[in-house]
Design a protein around this ligand. Structure first.
Ligand SMILES: *Cc1c(COP(=O)(O)O)cnc(C)c1O
Length: 445
C-alpha cells in the first residue's frame, strides 16, 4: 500500500503536509490525515496490527536508531493512529500531534514531557476534576509540584508564583464543568515572559471554535472522548505541538529536549528534529516507556466523529444558546453560567476567542436544596444522567455528587464548582424537545 508511505511520524514531510493544508477547517475535518492513492480505500483503513514486516535485519536496526522512517511496533507508531493525529494537528494548525489512550494520558504526557522530579508548574485552578487530581496528587508523588492559581487574580499576584524551576503554565480554554473562559493571550504573554510554554486543554472549544496557537499557546491537549468523537464510542486523547516554542533559547530549563538522551544513543531532540523535537521525544521516550496508545480501532471511530465535528459544534452551540436563554428566564433557576449569555462574566472573553460560539455545556443551579437538584435529574425523560459530557445526546451530571465527590466543598468552590451546580451538556437533538424535557422534569419537582 503506497499510501502508507505518507504516514511516518518522524518524517519531515509531516511539516510540509500540514502546512500545505491551508484549507478551511470544514474540509480538513473530512480530508485531513488520509489521502488515498490510486486504488486505495476511500475510507481510512484500520491497521489493527501490532507489528510491521521488514526484509533485512539492517532495515529494522536503522528504524530503532531513528535513522530511517517507518513503522515497526504500534506502541510507537501505527498508520491509523498517525493519520488521525495528523488530522488533529492540521485542525489545530500544529506541526505534529500524538494520540493517547485517554485525555488524562494526554495531559500527563504534555506536562511530563518537559517536567521531571524537582520541577514545578502552574495551572489555573478551574480545571477538570480528573486533571486536578493528576496534578495535585499523582504528579506530586513523582516529585513534580504544581501551584494552582485563580485566573481572575491580577498579573502581579500570579507572577509571584513563578519560580526558577517552573516549567510550564496550564489552563482549559473553557473549563469543565464551570464554563470559565481562559484568557489565552494573557497567559501566553505571562508564560513567555518567564521563558516557559503555555499548555491549553482545548477539549470543550475544539479547534472548530478556538485555535489556541493563534493566541500564543504552545501546546494543545484534548480529551478526544468528548466533542471530537461526539458519539460516546471511545476514550482517547491528543497532544498537539505548535512547533513555536524555542526550547534551545532556554536550553538549561529543558535539558530533556536540548541535551543528549542516554536512552537514545546520545541523540539531542532539538538538534535532530527541530520543530518536531517535543512530539518526537513524547513518542520515542514516553510512549516507548509508558505506553498509553489508542487502539487503531478507536482511532478509526474517533475519525468518523471528526468528519462531522464542524457540523455538530455549530448545532451544539445553537441549541445551547437557546437552552441557556430559556434557563435564564426560568423562575426555578437560581443562576446560569454560559459564556454565550451577554450577562455572563466571560461573555467578552468568549466573544474574543470564540466568536462563532463556545460549546454545548451549560452550568446552572436550581432554587431549592441539593435533593431538589437530584429529583429534577431523576425526572428527566430522554436526557440521561451520565458521567460523560460533550456528546450528541443531551446529558446531565451533578458534579458534587458524581465526578467531584472526592473534593471538599472548599476545593469545589476553589475549582469554580458550586455544590448546587448541574452540568447540562446540550446535544444535537431538536432544541424544542430538549426544553420540553427540562420543563416537564421541573414541573414534577
Ligand atoms: C474529560 C476531560 C479530560 C479527561 O479526559 P478522558 O478522556 O476522560 O481521560 C481532560 N480534560 C477535560 C477538559 C475533560 O473534559
Amino acid at each position: 500500500m503506497q499510501g502508507w508511505k505518507l504516514f511516518r511520524i518522524f518524517a519531515a514531510e509531516l511539516l510540509s503536509t500540514t502546512s500545505r493544508m491551508k484549507k478551511n477547517l470544514d474540509t480538513i475535518c473530512i480530508h485531513g490525515g488520509w489521502k488515498p492513492a490510486k486504488g486505495e480505500p476511500q475510507q481510512m483503513p484500520i491497521c489493527q496490527s501490532t507489528t510491521f514486516k521488514y526484509e533485512t535485519s539492517e532495515q529494522m536496526a536503522r528504524l530503532f536508531d531513528l535513522k530511517d522512517n517507518g513503522y515497526f511496533y504500534t506502541r510507537l507508531a501505527n498508520p491509523t493512529n498517525d493519520a488521525v493525529a495528523k488530522k488533529i494537528a492540521a485542525l489545530e494548525g500544529g506541526v505534529g500531534a500524538v494520540l493517547t489512550s485517554s485525555g488524562q494520558a494526554a495531559n500527563f504526557y504534555a506536562v511530563f514531557n518537559i517536567c521531571e522530579a524537582g520541577d514545578h508548574f502552574i495551572t489555573s485552578n478551574t480545571i477538570y476534576g480528573g486533571t486536578f487530581n493528576l496534578f495535585a496528587v499523582t504528579m506530586k508523588k513523582l516529585g513534580i509540584e504544581c501551584t494552582f492559581v485563580d485566573p481572575d487574580w491580577d498579573d502581579e499576584r500570579i507572577e509571584k508564583e513563578f519560580r526558577p524551576n517552573t516549567k510550564c503554565f496550564f489552563g482549559e480554554t473553557i473549563s469543565n464543568p464551570g464554563g470559565n473562559v481562559f484568557d489565552i493571550e494573557r497567559f501566553a504573554r505571562m508564560a513567555h515572559k518567564h521563558q516557559i510554554p503555555l499548555i491549553v486543554d482545548n477539549t470543550f472549544a475544539t479547534p472548530i471554535n478556538c485555535r489556541p496557537f493563534e493566541w500564543g499557546a504552545d501546546i494543545v491537549t484534548h480529551s478526544t472522548t468528548k466533542y471530537m468523537d461526539g458519539h460516546a464510542t471511545q476514550v482517547g486523547g491528543a497532544v498537539v505541538d505548535s512547533g513555536n516554542f524555542d526550547w534551545d533559547a532556554y536550553g538549561e530549563k529543558f535539558p530533556g529536549l536540548t541535551t543528549p538522551d542516554e536512552s537514545y544513543h546520545g541523540l539531542t531532540y532539538t538538534k535532530q528534529f527541530g520543530k518536531l523535537a517535543y512530539t518526537t521525544k513524547l513518542v520515542s521516550q514516553l510512549m516507548r516507556d509508558l505506553g498509553s496508545i489508542p487502539a487503531p480501532q478507536n482511532s478509526f471511530l474517533l475519525n468518523l466523529g471528526l468528519e462531522t465535528l464542524h457540523l455538530r459544534m455549530a448545532r451544539h452551540c445553537e441549541n445551547a444558546q437557546k437552552v441557556a436563554e430559556w434557563l435564564e428566564k426560568n423562575p426555578r433557576v437560581s443562576w446560569v453560567n454560559y459564556a454565550g449569555l451577554p450577562s455572563n462574566k466571560y461573555y467578552k472573553l468568549a466573544q474574543k476567542y470564540m466568536p462563532n460560539g463556545t460549546c454545548g455545556v451549560i452550568a446552572f443551579g436550581l432554587k431549592g436544596t441539593r435533593q431538589d437538584a437530584i429529583r429534577f435529574m431523576d425526572n428527566l425523560d430522554f436526557i440521561s444522567i451520565v458521567t460523560h459530557v460533550a456528546d450528541a445526546r443531551t446529558c446531565v451530571l451533578h458534579p458534587a455528587s458524581h465526578t467531584h465527590r472526592q473534593m471538599s466543598d472548599e476545593q469545589l468552590l476553589e475549582a469554580g464548582v458550586a455544590p448546587d451546580l448541574i452540568r447540562l451538556s446540550v446535544g444535537i437533538e431538536a432544541v424544542d424537545d430538549i426544553i420540553a424535557d427540562l420543563q416537564q422534569a421541573m414541573d414534577k419537582m
